[in-house]
Design a protein around this ligand. Structure first.
Ligand code: ADP
Ligand code: MG
Length: 324
């Protein structure tokens, strides 16, 4: 069934939940929002293009989930609480058979995280989903990239490299991204690529604990490089401390798993720095969130990123869209 543009917008509008800080949502020329007086507005945008940011054959529900997840991950990395978003869709055709499962995936995560869709745009064109997400953080408490201090520990949440592992399996023709894999390790990796979990609770809990933070979208070494550059310090990573997941090692062996963890993108874990005095508090936080938090390096004087004990060539490169 092909949907008229306004029928399509209505199908999205009736699914979003209400928030009492929305004075006017979908339907007018612009939404009217009421940010809280003592909060700063954190605003971020990310676009997912079919074939570039996700395999074109991905299930619509996975695309909907991931389009929002990558934006929520940016809010998490700022320590912001999700509030509102806009949804701009470029669609080759407006089919209910695509839109409804897409909305299922998107709103499953939107409802779980408390973010409301307050507007957007709908056009015909190659499949592309662009979301602008807004969150709130108490003035002065945001987790920025420029706050790392010499002597800080460097931490990573979860198991980096799993999404990159799934992408590699798919590129090698060993993984069908649409359907559950029979192999348990492969299925775990597939979920991490198609349904990344933005670390929102962690981001909120790191307010007042972390000095600097970023989410891992381009690759751990590359994203730590952004913290180093913005903070005017050096990042020293110890490769042998990297928390390599059993699933990643089962699928690839140690060396390739380490390469995925250091250089693979699309994980949406948080990397952050904190004073050594915070180790106990971060250990307790890890337990209460049931989320591994691992120390993988230190902040030193100097510039750039150094990775000690990496069997690879020491490149600190992550994914770059326009790289030759
Ligand atoms: P305008 O012509 O003023 O830009 P539109 O016809 O594009 O208005 O959109 C009508 C209303 O529907 C607006 O409130 C807009 O924010 C909302 N909207 C359009 N597309 C989407 C979408 N994909 N998701 C959510 N809201 C949308
Ligand atoms: Mg419009």
């Amino acid at each position: 069934m092909s949907l008229d543009e306004f029928v399509l917008i209505e199908r999205i509008a009736r699914r979003t939940h209400a928030r009492d800080d929305i004075a006017l949502g979908i339907g007018d020329d612009a939404a009217l929002l009421r940010p809280a007086a003592d909060q700063q507005l954190a605003v971020t945008a990310d676009t997912l293009n079919a074939g570039v940011h996700f395999p074109a054959e991905s299930a619509p529900a996975d695309i909907g989930w991931k389009a929002l997840a990558v934006n929520l991950s940016d809010l998490a990395a700022m320590g912001a609480a999700p509030a509102w978003c806009t949804l701009s869709l470029s669609l080759p055709q407006a089919e209910a058979a695509w839109l409804d499962p897409f909305a299922d995936g998107l709103f499953a995560l939107a409802d779980a995280s408390g973010i409301a869709v307050v507007g957007g745009d709908t056009t015909r064109g190659p499949l592309s989903i662009s979301i602008t997400a807004m969150g709130q953080v108490p003035a002065g408490q945001a987790l920025r990239r420029d706050g790392a201090r010499v002597g800080d520990d460097i931490w990573i949440s979860g198991h980096p490299g799993e999404a990159a592992g799934a992408l590699r399996l798919w590129q090698q023709g060993r993984l069908d991204v649409r359907h559950a894999a029979a192999d348990a390790a492969h299925e775990h990796l597939r979920q991490r690529l198609q349904r990344p979990a933005p670390r929102l609770e962690l981001g909120l809990a790191l307010r007042g604990l972390a000095h600097a933070a970023a989410d891992v979208s381009d690759g751990l070494l590359a994203d730590l490089g952004h913290i180093a550059a913005r903070s005017g310090v050096a990042v020293v990573v110890q490769a042998d401390t990297m928390p390599l997941s059993p699933a990643l090692r089962a699928a690839f062996g140690f060396d390739a798993a380490l390469d995925c963890a250091l250089r693979g993108g699309d994980d949406y874990e948080l990397c952050f720095t904190a004073a050594p005095e915070r180790r106990e508090a971060l250990g307790a936080l890890s337990s209460s969130l049931a989320l591994p938090l691992t120390r993988v390096g230190v902040i030193a004087e100097g510039r750039g990123v150094r990775c000690e004990g990496d069997a690879g060539d020491g490149r600190a490169s992550g994914y770059r869209h326009f790289a030759e």
